[in-house]
Design a protein around this ligand. Structure first.
Ligand code: MLT
Ligand code: ZN
Length: 466
């Protein structure tokens, strides 16, 4: 419970209607897509300017109040969870286009802008914002930057980091920093902008972002291929990516396809069943590219890697094929999945896949395990579905044990315990499998420099300052 005097001071900053204290609001704003924690913030604030954000942070420092920055709350690692009486600062109202520069092809937006609106804005200007994933309809650009969101086009366009040309942030100490100011070249010492990208709200609140846009892709073709086994996916990737500039290379297992077709009513891509499916996309720039894609497809069939396949013949068919992959995550929520989001270098993937497959078969003999992910980036999503008979807590306890083994395997392969979902609360116990003790100590020092009192998103990414 917040003291009456603090409530008064907060109201003086944001105005009464922008301070939410009702149970429903506290529940709604205190949680992301994870289901493991009970939301319990003490208040939700909806600031309307950078100055208001700054005033909130200064007040929070004075009274030692914890602050959780909040975007679209589509995160999958608990990074936006407020479970201990924190103040949630939601960026929803900072959602407009502040500047557009056609010459630089940059747009400056408030952090609360919904990702899909940014994509639409770019399209209206004849340009393209290439970071794309299933939750663009509700995620916010500030949250994307705070988690360095990846998604389905990373193989060609990279992560969110590649598209951030400038940031305006309020640090945990209450300072306003303008970072990089949209410059393409700026070698003037440490690039603090990149520290904030992926920092999950532990260093500052991202208030505004200058985003680089690019030329739109030509019409793209989509192929879905039924693949004979796990290792063959990597052979198929190698063959296609050698000769074709891919904009996506995704995969999913037969279980994932079964679930998404049964629950969403999408038709199967073809009759032949395969243990795995690859979905690939490329710009259909000439007849020659299509012919080359077909020739590679035939080589893959002759080699026994591919059992069947389909090539989109229209934009609507391409979009329907994409749904088979993009709707998996939403479909699986029904089973309260335990989510692993892991990566290794693409070149190490064949070996790693063999070991992780053995580990999962050994450790989860009775659980349903659904595989999918951005295999072209070396990123696997391994979802363990909760059996109906198990309570969430018991289920989670079992998964946690296996996650440690997966962590050890990742350490052996020099991989990442969180490829694109962030660390938040869910992955912090596994961070040491991917980051050395020296790196973690350095991260704590950096946190202290920007947030001396440790008020910003405490307990996320790593525990207390030590
Ligand atoms: C995806 O690739 O579909 C997203 O990262 C979400 C998920 O892993 O469930
Ligand atoms: Zn993903």
């Amino acid at each position: 419970m917040l003291a009456e005097t603090i409530i008064k001071q907060l109201v003086a900053i944001v105005g009464e209607p922008r301070l939410l204290l009702g149970d429903d609001d506290l529940k709604r704003f205190g949680i992301d897509r994870t289901t493991l924690w009970t939301p319990a913030p003490s208040a939700v604030l909806l600031p309307g300017s950078v100055a208001e954000v700054q005033a909130i942070v200064r007040l929070a420092n004075e009274h030692n109040l914890a602050v959780v920055p909040s975007g679209g709350r589509t995160g999958l690692s608990g990074g936006a969870v407020a479970k201990d009486g924190e103040l949630v600062v939601a960026m929803d109202r900072l959602n407009s286009v502040l500047d557009f520069n056609p010459m630089d092809r940059t747009v400056t937006v408030g952090a609360g802008m919904i990702t899909a609106q940014l994509q639409d804005f770019a399209e209206q200007q004849g340009l393209f914002y290439p970071v794309d994933f299933a939750s663009t309809g509700s995620s916010q650009i500030g949250g994307n930057i705070a988690t360095n969101a990846g998604g389905i086009k990373v193989i060609k366009y990279g992560m969110t980091r590649n598209w951030v040309a400038g940031l305006k942030v309020v640090t945990g100490n209450g300072d306003v920093l303008e970072l990089n100011k949209g410059l393409a070249k700026n070698n003037t010492g440490y690039d603090l902008r990149h520290l904030f990208i992926g920092s999950e709200g532990t260093l500052g609140l991202i208030c505004e972002a200058t985003i680089q846009l690019t030329r739109p892709p030509l019409e793209s073709s989509v192929m879905v291929l039924g693949v004979a086994d796990f290792p063959a996916i990597m052979d198929v990737l190698r063959c296609f990516s050698t000769d074709i500039d891919l904009s996506a290379f995704e995969f999913f297992s037969q279980q994932a396809l079964e679930k998404v077709t049964a629950h969403r009513g999408h038709p199967k891509p073809f009759e032949t069943e395969a243990p795995f499916y690859a979905l690939l996309e490329f710009e259909n720039s000439s007849e020659a590219v299509l012919e080359q894609a077909m020739a590679i497809f035939e080589t893959c069939v002759e080699s026994g890697w591919v059992l069947d396949g389909v090539l989109s013949q229209s934009l609507s068919q391409a979009s329907n094929l994409w749904k088979l992959r993009e709707d998996i995550s939403e479909t699986l929520w029904h089973w309260k999945p335990y989510k692993n989001d892991i990566s290794v270098r693409v070149s190490r993937m064949p070996e790693f896949l063999r070991e992780v497959d053995e580990l999962v078969a050994r450790q989860y003999p009775d659980f349903e395990v659904v595989w999918y992910g951005h295999i072209g980036d070396g990123n696997l999503h391994l979802n363990i579905l909760k059996p109906e008979t198990l309570e969430v807590a018991q289920f989670h306890a079992k998964c946690v044990n296996v996650s440690s083994e997966i962590g050890q395997l990742l350490a052996k392969y020099e991989g990442s315990v969180s490829a694109e979902h962030g660390v938040g609360l869910l992955k912090k116990d596994y961070l040491h499998y991917s980051r050395s003790a020296e790196e973690m100590a350095m991260m704590r020092s950096i946190k202290r420099a920007f947030d001396a009192n440790g008020i910003l998103n405490p307990g996320k990414v790593f525990d207390e300052l030590s």
